[in-house]
Design a protein around this ligand. Structure first.
Ligand code: PRX
Length: 640
């Protein structure tokens, strides 16, 4: 790799073998994006080719209109020709003493078809919603693909979410079937997942629960409702004809946090998502037959859907999934996994990289990481120091580092540098993916020049994999994405700027959504949860910087009756655990007499945040109650 004014370029060897070697692809994609994507779609197998590439009926749009396909035909059947006995999936369990599981393309094909047949026999039809609440086991991949095989819509729920979070997702989507496990390993302990299911499905429409036996823990069982996975697939045939899906038929729903505590049941359709998942993986990770790809994200998040499952399969590569935590039972675990399997392409989040960085000296000296060829980062801004650490200590200065920007809504990567082209610039995500048009606008909608921060938007024809709606909620869809600049401009809710080369740097979100260890959480959602506590009058939650997790929430609470800080903390943390799960523990909780407010009663979260970080508070004349500031400052300083 050469170093040139802080811009890095790929080495000759990588450049020569890359799918994309030079800038001409950007010119081609920019000239006529619709034609460009239309051409790319031809690399996918269609039962019936699309008649028209793009139709725009703002704020709705369609891609590959009239096309018929099934994503599993592309992910599985297609690979049987040349890769029948090639390893598709490697599963690394958390316990060190346990054997890994290896599934070839043919194994995976048969397992998917068996489950697909079983689902059909149990009454699941095209368009039905199926909840999947599974940890990182091969069965989670099989379940998603089995749904897609028969045209059922999968709703994967992160297994670390609580029963209450599961319930909301099942209720909102009216799923009648759920696939889960008895339990799983997390940091040496067995988590009883079935217990959360028994609680979470109360008050939902779920009639059948399929249970994978993983940890062998004791679980309660409801006859006629609960079914063992093993039993239901036992007699099923290993052939199942793929359902013919229209390009615009829904493939899956994934819930995300929107602004003000809203849940967004994000809808993705089949044709556009398939094309984008396939081509972004091929070009950004430069997928080749000999690759071993490890995307560390849990399948409960968008990254786990697109790059943990669909994209590697669509490209016929071998991919790895890991049940445990990357630093368990020791901080070397992630590095050992890379060496054990000879991982070539490693895709993870800055929060994990910062955790690896903590053990810098020991690990980076011990491991040579000779198999690695490309590194990826996703989910939050990666700062310069961490970028350099990852690039030098893990990639040993020879692996291109692709920082990839996207959102659950975009279905796949939309901004990054391509590994065979570059340039890679620390803390900048890169250029818009070929065929995608971005702009950075001021509040009035004027396009901003180089180095000026503004709102990041996507212009028509958007992206084939961009969401098509919020499940049964057109109003939320319009308001969230298509109201700031009219119905022809997609608003990302991110602030960004570009440098003179057009490389984009993401500054952060403009709404109340924060990123805790890469997970998207709305502070409004947390406030709603905390306000349910009978002794809370009002509260304010905001994100503050954290050295490992990127951001963490802090909480200011006004109580009705006196209560000890210790007790309040315990009860509020329990409440969050119950409603969301253990992933968003607040860093600090402060009990205060009053919260700073404007005369119209709006809580000034900005001032609270600055009090915490010690930045200048700015103009306080907007406050109706400036006298509360001193008391809050004292509480922060004394942590009382
Ligand atoms: O703020 C951006 C940040 O994550 C948001 C999307 O979150 P989520 O839907 O959970 O993402 C799932 C798949 C990535 C974005 O609006 N974000 C994502 N990638 C980056 C990023 N911020 C900076 N750099 C990135 N590479």
């Amino acid at each position: 790799m050469l170093k040139k004014n802080k811009l890095y370029y790929p080495g000759k060897e990588l450049k020569n073998k890359a799918w994309v070697k030079n800038n001409s692809i950007y010119i081609k994609g920019g000239k006529n994006p619709i034609k460009f994507w239309g051409e790319l779609a031809k690399e996918i197998l269609w039962f019936k080719s699309p008649k028209k590439t793009f139709i725009h009926q703002p704020p709705y749009f369609k891609w590959f209109v009239g096309g018929k396909l099934n994503i599993t035909q592309n992910a599985l059947d297609r690979n049987l020709k040349e890769r029948k006995n090639k390893v598709a999936l490697i599963w690394e369990p958390e316990p060190l003493e346990e054997q890994s599981r290896i599934l070839t393309y043919y194994d995976l094909y048969r397992e998917v078809n068996r489950l697909a047949n079983a689902l059909k026999r149990l009454g699941v039809k095209k368009g039905d919603r199926v909840g999947i609440y599974l940890p990182m086991l091969p069965e989670v991949v099989i379940s998603m693909l089995a749904c897609a095989r028969i045209g059922a819509i999968h709703i994967v729920v992160f297994s670390a979410f609580s029963s209450a979070a599961l319930k909301i997702r099942l209720q909102d989507t009216k799923a009648e079937m759920l696939i889960t496990a008895d339990g799983y390993y997390r940091r040496g302990k067995i988590i009883n997942l079935k217990q959360s299911v028994d609680k979470g499905i109360k008050g939902t429409k779920v009639k059948k629960v399929i249970v994978v036996k993983r940890a062998g823990n004791k679980i309660s069982w409801k006859k006629n409702r609960d079914l063992w996975w093993k039993d239901i697939i036992e007699k099923e045939k290993d052939e199942c004809k793929p359902e013919v899906m229209d390009s615009e038929d829904t493939l899956f729903i994934l819930t995300e946090s929107g602004t003000a505590g809203q849940y967004l049941q994000i809808l993705h359709t089949t044709g556009g998502y398939t094309v984008q998942a396939y081509i972004t993986g091929k070009w950004v990770f430069d997928f080749k037959d000999e690759d071993i790809f490890w995307c560390m994200a849990d399948v409960g998040w968008a990254t786990g859907h697109t790059y943990g499952v669909y994209s590697p399969l669509l490209n016929g590569v071998t991919f790895l999934i890991f049940e445990g935590a990357p630093d368990w039972p020791n901080p070397h675990r992630w590095a050992q996994i890379i060496e054990k399997y000879g991982v070539t392409t490693f895709y993870t989040a800055p929060t994990a990289i910062r955790m690896f960085e903590k053990y810098n000296g020991k690990i980076s000296k011990k491991y040579k990481f000779e198999s690695l060829q490309i590194l990826g980062s996703v989910g939050e801004p990666i700062n310069e120091a961490t970028w350099h650490w990852y690039f030098q200590k893990v990639g040993k200065g020879r692996c291109p580092l692709v920082d990839t920007w996207w959102q659950t809504e975009t279905g796949g990567i939309l901004i990054t540098s391509l590994p065979g082209v570059g340039p890679f610039k620390p803390a900048f995500t890169g250029l818009p993916f070929p065929g995608i048009k971005f702009d950075i606008l001021d509040e009035k909608g004027n396009s901003l020049p180089v180095n000026k921060e503004g709102n990041l938007v996507i212009l028509p024809p958007f992206a084939p994999g961009l969401l098509r709606g919020i499940y049964k909620s057109p109003k939320k869809y319009k308001k969230t994405y298509w109201s700031q600049y009219g119905n022809k401009i997609y608003f990302t809710s991110d602030v960004a700027y570009k440098d003179k080369n057009g490389l984009i740097r993401i500054v952060g979100r403009v709404d109340d959504v924060i990123k805790v260890a890469g997970h998207r959480i709305s502070t409004g959602e947390l406030e709603n949860i905390l306000s349910k506590h009978s002794n809370v009058i009002e509260c304010a939650v905001m994100g503050v910087p954290h050295e490992i997790k990127g951001e963490v929430p802090i909480v200011f609470v006004v109580l009705k009756k006196k209560m000890s800080l210790e007790k309040v903390k315990k009860e509020l943390i329990k409440k969050i655990r119950e409603e969301i799960g253990p992933i968003v523990k607040p860093k600090e909780i402060y009990l205060v007499e009053d919260l700073p407010k404007t005369r119209s009663g709006k809580i000034m979260r900005r001032i609270l945040k600055r009090l915490f970080t010690g930045e200048p508070l700015g103009d306080l004349s907007v406050l109706a109650n400036p006298e509360c500031i001193d008391e809050i400052r004292k509480r922060i300083l004394s942590k009382a």
